[in-house]
Design a protein around this ligand. Structure first.
Ligand code: ADP
Length: 627
């Protein structure tokens, strides 16, 4: 057996084998695409079998046989074109042109058989080659737009068509090429036709093993990402990643996950226009959810006509759907869509189920993480409540003790010497401690209101500069000079008493935490439509480690304690609440041992800046000051 004969035999055997696989698939699942594949390879096998039979029994090839085999051969490119149409779209005019070409080919074969003139042979070869080249190009184009396994399959078919066209071109040229290189032509022709057979085989009917090998890289990449998916910021991001993983692993254009909402009894899908809810048994995905079985539909519109419009709008012809279930707990459903039926194969059902199971593990881990966070938050809330109670009790106890002691002293004196003049010192101490007590109670109440975000009352045009001046005057002492820089009115819509409280608190802190004295500066300015106000001192400063938590409830820096600086650690928490409820920001910068700067940034509305408004504002501020 010569090399050419060997390759010829191998190619023919391969085509017969593919035909058997294709026909058995078409019998099992008689879809249009399976029938088209079976027809294409069946025709090739018919031509091969006819050759074998005629050779084996030495039957002379008559005119009718020549017409039949030549016509069948010429029909192959058209059949391939139909296959392209099964996988992607072929414009109708190209299909029609190919049909006209095929009719012309068959007619001329009928007219001129058994001996075809050279020009006709060349025309037939050209027709064959051009249609095949188009098929190769169309599959390559579709491969470019597909991913994963679909990308590879389309590439294989494109190569198959390219080789097939070249092989027929060489076969046609065999009748005109010089005698000397005929055997070389023949060998190349056999090799290209073997290559086309192989490419078609792996493209049209990839064995499960090869399919899995193609899917593996995407699957591996997905599994590698899977471990960190439960830590994504929210469930929506996890769902998006799971959908992406399914799309890549299956080489499909889109996928969607419906999450089961126990309370509403619906599956919630995300869409560009927001979440959409469907009942559990609705659509192919819903069926997979209710039956808890993976479903493969090669024609969703046919299988579920009620939702045809929806499938059409999603470009979903074939659908693979698998329930996402963790043990007994139904979490949702994963559906993967393809615009053409042959993109998916029966075995892909297992892969979709695998991805859905992986999704269940990820979503379940996420639910556990969320639950753990909720438990932690509850514990934290309880701890804060405890902290709050003990801090409140502790801070209330000191002035109360002093108050009781002073009152008891007055009582004893009054009993012993009723005629004695009133003990003014003790009475003043009682008043002082009562005021302190009220201050603590107010601070505790404010902290509770801050927690609920309900600190602010009515907002009205308020001059920050005027308030700053008033606060400065109140806190200035011999040890501490409070300087205000920028005395231009700075009017905005604020809750004036709360702004006063805010500045009072910051300046009070600046003074309290500057035991050695020193200037405290208040600076005001406007930039980028925001009012800025800083309070700078040259006091003890704040350790860098405390800065991130300085505005937390009850947080006191490491360089202060109850013995040297009394306080509850609620003032800054309330200050931040006041600023943030105004839509602003409160920040701090500090150098330990050198001082601190607190910066308030508030939205600044220029509405109140007119002279008339200023008049009103000044009057209001005056009223506030008088109060
Ligand atoms: P309190 O002063 O009652 O402790 P605050 O909430 O007003 O509570 O302040 C929280 C903590 O921030 C203080 O305990 C102190 O450690 C630190 N702090 C606040 N202002 C200053 C400042 N101007 N200089 C240094 N430390 C400060």
């Amino acid at each position: 057996m010569s090399a050419i004969q060997f390759f010829q035999w191998l190619t023919q055997a391969l085509y017969v084998l593919i035909s058997l696989v294709a026909v058995s698939t078409a019998v099992r699942r008689p879809t249009r695409v399976h029938l088209d594949i079976a027809l294409f390879f069946g025709v090739i096998t018919l031509i091969i079998a006819q050759g074998w039979v005629f050779k084996a029994f030495d039957i002379p090839i008559d005119r009718a046989t020549t017409i039949l085999t030549s016509s069948l051969l010429m029909a192959l490119p058209y059949m391939l074109l139909r296959l392209v149409n099964d996988f992607t779209t072929v414009p109708a005019r190209i299909l029609r042109t190919a049909e006209v070409g095929l009719i012309l080919c068959v007619l001329s074969i009928v007219v001129f058989s058994p001996i075809l003139p050279l020009w006709l042979t060349l025309f037939l070869v050209c027709y064959f080659f051009v249609v095949n080249a188009y098929v190769a190009f169309a599959f390559l184009w579709a491969a470019q737009r597909a991913s994963g396994v679909t990308h590879r399959r389309m590439q294989a078919v494109a190569f198959g068509s390219g080789f097939f066209g070249v092989s027929i071109l060489l076969l046609g040229l065999g009748s005109v090429e010089p005698e000397g290189i005929r055997s070389l032509f023949s060998l190349i022709q056999q090799l290209t036709s073997l290559a086309s057979g192989l490419s078609y085989f792996i493209g049209f009917a990839p064995p499960a093993l090869l399919r899995r090998a193609w899917q593996e890289p995407e699957l591996r990449a997905f599994l590698a990402r899977a471990a960190r998916l439960p830590r994504l910021p929210d469930t929506a991001s996890i769902v998006r990643e799971l959908e992406r993983g399914a799309v890549e692993a299956l080489g499909a254009p889109s996928a969607s996950i419906g999450l089961w909402d126990e309370a509403c009894g619906t599956l919630i899908y995300s869409s560009p226009n927001g979440p959409v809810a469907y009942g559990p048994g609705i659509m192919i995905g819903g069926r997979a959810f209710t039956t808890q079985e993976a479903v493969f539909s090669t024609n969703a519109i046919h299988d579920d006509p009620e939702y045809a419009q929806l499938y059409r709008s999603r470009g979903a012809v074939a659908i693979l759907a698998a329930p996402i279930t963790a043990g007994e707990k139904r979490l949702g459903v994963l559906s993967v869509f393809a615009p053409r039926a042959p993109i998916f194969a029966e075995e892909d059902l297992r892969l979709v189920q695998l991805l859905a199971d992986q999704g269940a593990v990820i979503l379940e881990s996420r639910a556990l993480i969320d639950e753990a966070a909720r438990v932690r938050a509850r514990e934290e809330a309880t701890r804060l409540k405890d902290d709050f109670l003990s801090a409140a009790a502790h801070d209330l106890k000191t002035p109360l003790t002093a108050l009781i002691a002073s009152a008891q002293l007055l009582e004893r004196r009054a009993l012993r010497r009723p005629e004695a003049p009133p003990d003014l010192v003790t009475i003043r101490r009682i008043v002082g401690e009562s005021i302190r007590l009220r201050g603590i109670v107010v601070e505790l109440l404010d902290a509770a209101q801050t927690e609920q975000g309900q600190l602010l009352g009515r907002r009205e045009p308020t001059d920050l500069a005027a308030i700053a001046r008033e606060v400065a005057a109140r806190h200035t002492s011999e040890r501490h000079q409070i300087v205000v820089e920028g005395t231009e009115p700075l009017v905005g819509n604020y809750d004036a008493p709360r702004i006063m409280q805010l500045l009072d608190n910051l300046v009070e802190n600046a003074v309290k935490y500057s035991p050695a004295g020193g200037d405290v500066t208040l600076r005001l300015w406007v930039a980028a439509e925001m009012a800025h106000l800083t309070v700078t001192d040259h006091g003890i400063g704040i350790p860098p480690a405390d800065l991130p938590r300085l505005f937390d409830r009850f947080h006191r820096a490491g360089n202060v304690n109850d013995r040297n600086f009394a306080g509850m650690g609620l003032g800054l928490y309330i200050c931040r609440g006041i600023v943030e409820e105004h839509g602003g920001r409160l920040t701090v910068s500090s150098n330990l041992g050198a001082g601190s700067t607190f910066e308030i940034t508030l939205p600044h509305e220029t509405r109140g800046d007119t002279a008339k408004d200023k008049g009103v504002v000044d009057e209001r501020v005056d009223q506030q000051q008088r109060r």
